[in-house]
Structure formats: structure tokens, C-alpha cells
Design a protein around this ligand. Structure first.
Ligand SMILES: [Zn+2]
Length: 200
């Protein structure tokens, strides 16, 4: 009689659904977890459970938070007339680390990337338009990454906001082309923000 491997097959199946994990890697990870101590394996399960229970996207800006609104949106001292648009929460954190930006953020949760099948509907652009149209915003600073897809996303956003009276600027090219905001150092990010230019 064949051994029942249902639990193992279920874990392999779940791991295979993760991005970048093929069948062989999924199997390797599953066998690794099988050999690991119960405490180690369950620590992973608990971390997954906690992120789903505790973390969510900010109702306003889509940054990651454990509350309804993120710490930036909750902070009444922030300048609500400027919104800095970034691709991912980690980009907002990188800009936040410079300590030089006092406006709000808007996290797109991606970029336009036809090759990866990421289109406008996968981003939070409509929510950005709604925020801008609801008034009080004077400038939108687009801080998508300085590469083809980031530039394309910036152009798309500018088009979506055409007709609104807000100034739309793009961060300066201090960040090496093809590099990313996430890994740029504080000085470069400060300069990129300070030297932003209005998009034509
Ligand atoms: Zn927020």
C-alpha cells in the first residue's frame, strides 16, 4: 500500500504558488521544513499568520501599517499639500529615512510592467487621482524608479492627472540610471527630491 503523502504534497503545492519558486525549489523547501525542529517550522507558520492578521495597507496611501491609517497619514504635522508617489512601501521608507521630506506618500503597489503582466488595474492610480481631486493637494512628486518601467509609470500618472490644477514633478536623476530608490543612499535621495523638476 502506498504511503499517504498528502500533507507533504499540500505544502509543496502551497510553496509552488510563491513567486520565483518552481517545483524543485518547493520540494527542497518542504523537505527542509520536514527536517527542521517543530519550533523552527512553526515560527515560519506563525510569522505568516501574523503578517496576515496584523499588517494591512493604509486606507489613504497604501503604505503598510498595523492600523487603519499609517503613521505618516496620522501625523498632523505633515504637509498635506504634497504627495510623493512611490512604487513600494520600502521606497517610502527609504525616502522617510532621509528625514528631509515632510509631505505625504502614495504607494502604487507596483509599476506598469507589460512583460510581468502588470497593468493600470494592478496599481492604486485611481485612488491617487481620487486623493488629488478631493482637494488640498498642490504638488504630486513622482518618485518611481529611474528605469524604463518607472519612467513609463510616471508618464502614465501625469496623463491621468492632466486637467487637475496640481503641479506634477519628477525626482531628479541623481539616482544612477537603472538603479533603485530602495538602495540609493540618503544624500542621493535628498538631492533627488530637492532637485525635482516639473514634468513637461
Ligand atoms: Zn498612509
Amino acid at each position: 500500500m502506498a504511503e499517504n503523502l498528502e500533507s507533504l504534497e499540500r505544502l509543496v503545492g502551497e510553496l509552488k504558488r510563491l513567486p520565483g519558486i518552481g517545483s524543485r525549489t518547493a520540494e527542497r523547501l518542504a523537505y527542509h521544513l520536514l527536517r527542521a525542529s517543530e519550533a523552527d517550522a512553526l515560527a515560519l507558520a506563525e510569522a505568516i499568520r501574523d503578517i496576515k492578521r496584523n499588517m494591512r495597507y493604509c486606507r489613504e496611501c497604501f503604505n503598510l501599517t498595523e492600523e487603519e491609517l499609517c503613521a505618516v497619514c496620522r501625523d498632523t504635522r505633515r504637509d498635506r499639500s504634497v504627495i510623493c508617489v512611490v512604487e513600494q512601501p520600502k521606497d517610502a521608507w527609504a525616502l522617510e529615512r532621509t528625514g528631509n521630506y515632510s509631505g505625504l506618500y502614495h504607494v502604487l503597489l507596483g509599476r506598469l510592467a507589460p512583460l510581468d503582466d502588470m497593468g493600470p488595474a494592478d496599481l492604486t492610480v485611481d485612488d491617487l487621482v481620487r486623493r488629488v481631486m478631493s482637494g488640498g493637494v498642490k504638488e504630486v512628486v513622482i518618485a518611481t524608479n529611474p528605469n524604463l518601467e518607472g519612467d513609463g509609470t510616471a508618464a502614465f500618472i501625469k496623463e491621468k492627472l492632466a486637467g487637475s490644477p496640481v503641479k506634477i514633478s519628477r525626482i531628479a536623476r541623481g539616482i544612477p540610471a537603472g538603479s533603485s530608490i530602495e538602495y540609493a543612499n540618503n544624500n542621493i535621495l535628498q538631492d533627488a527630491l530637492a532637485e525635482r523638476r516639473e514634468m513637461q
